[in-house]
Design a binder for this molecule. Structure first.
Ligand code: TXA
Ligand code: MG
Length: 346
């Protein structure tokens, strides 16, 4: 299959994408978080072909994307607490779990009683969802196990030959996947942190929000995953990533020592560090993850850097860490998983 790439803003591209969705085919499209691989959420065969194209395990459910709240009618119930969150954060990078009806195929939810709903904010994405008029089931448009794509070129790397169309809307603004919030079992719980932070949700709800335990550590063998996606190895570069924490001077010294020692042993090694520390680690092939004062910048860059590490054939990678607050929680969740939560203290 030839995979075409078209400008996401062009009316021809939007119209072709709509026709493909109506015909049960797949289209990759940009959102403010990461690129999605979409299909008509009400067409179970179309949904199954998403799993095939990604090599995704069938028991990992998908998010349904809409542009207008009226589209949820007949698909799910809206639990208490959701309304003010929709007012505050939709359209935007917040996904919420709602009890679903049988109109949503089991293939979308992996048979779970809830469906994940999200209203993306990017203008061309909203236009596409409006033009096709369908709820669109879409995971991130990467091969399963690869970092989520934040540019159309990343999607092409993974999906060339597997899908007919990629809409190119430029680099994604947030760069990490949406926050997934569960309001269906008591205390509101973040299953996956993202651009809408714990602190932002708490301000709207006026109550404390929990964070699933496995966000900053591996899932224990006996522990049940609240979100099936948390069971799978994710965002892992081929090389081995080690997080280095502690006082800045000591961190930089240890990263440098380990990187240079690995090179002595013939391994291809590099460091991920803040813009402010690039000069200190100039002999360690430093990759700039953004400013130490700007967690949103680090989020925006992270997945592109993780993909580069593979292209460069890096075998060992040492990375600085940021405080797990605000968007820093989402960054440390993704970086932690890329490192299989391997951390050393300097
Ligand atoms: O930003 C995003 O959310 C992107 C863009 C394309 O919208 N999508 C995305 O989808 O990241 P995906 O499939 O890569 O991640 C969806 C996550 C998975 O961890 C999945 O297990 C969880 O949401 N999820 C989906 N439905 C669920 C449900 N009913 N219950 C619990 N977790 C669910
Ligand atoms: Mg994904």
């Amino acid at each position: 299959m030839e995979t075409r790439m078209m400008n996401a803003h062009s009316p021809e591209a939007q119209s072709w994408a709509s026709q493909l969705f109506s015909a049960g085919k797949l289209v990759a499209f940009p959102t403010e978080t990461v690129y999605g691989l979409g299909a008509n959420a009400l067409d179970k065969d179309a949904v199954l072909s998403i799993f095939a194209a990604k090599g995704r395990p069938a028991d990992n459910p998908l998010i349904v994307h809409i542009w207008d709240r009226a589209q949820m009618e007949g698909l799910c119930e809206i639990p208490e607490g959701a309304e003010p969150l929709m007012d505050a954060f939709w359209p935007g990078p917040l996904t919420m779990l709602f009890p679903r009806t049988s109109r949503i195929p089991d293939q979308v939810t992996a048979g779970l009683p809830t469906v994940a709903m999200r209203m993306p904010s990017m203008a061309c994405t909203r236009e596409l969802l409006k033009t096709c008029g369908l709820p669109i089931a879409a995971p991130s448009a990467n091969l399963s196990g690869r970092p989520s794509p934040t540019t159309a070129a990343h999607v092409m790397e993974d999906m060339e030959g597997r899908i007919p169309l990629i809409l190119d809307g430029g680099p994604c603004q947030v760069g990490l996947e949406s926050t997934v919030l569960d309001l269906t079992r008591g205390a509101p719980t973040i299953l996956r942190p993202g651009g809408v932070t714990k602190e932002m949700i708490e301000r709207v709800l006026g109550q404390e929000v929990r964070v699933a335990g496995s966000v900053l550590r591996p899932l224990r063998p006996e522990e049940k995953a609240l979100s099936p996606g948390m069971r799978y190895k994710h965002y892992a570069p081929m090389g081995s990533v080690t997080l280095v924490e502690g006082e800045t001077g000591a961190v930089l010294a240890l990263m440098r020592k380990n990187c240079l020692a690995d090179r002595q042993n013939g391994r291809k090694s590099c460091v991920l560090c803040f813009t402010e520390h690039m000069g200190d680690l100039a002999d360690c092939d430093p990759h700039d993850i953004g400013s130490v004062r700007n967690d949103r910048e680090v989020a925006h860059r992270l997945f592109d850097i993780l993909r580069k590490l593979d292209q460069e054939g890096m075998e060992t990678i040492y990375s600085e860490v940021i405080p797990p607050e605000g968007v820093g929680l989402a960054v440390m969740n993704r970086l932690g998983r890329a490192a299989a939560f391997r951390t050393v203290r300097a």
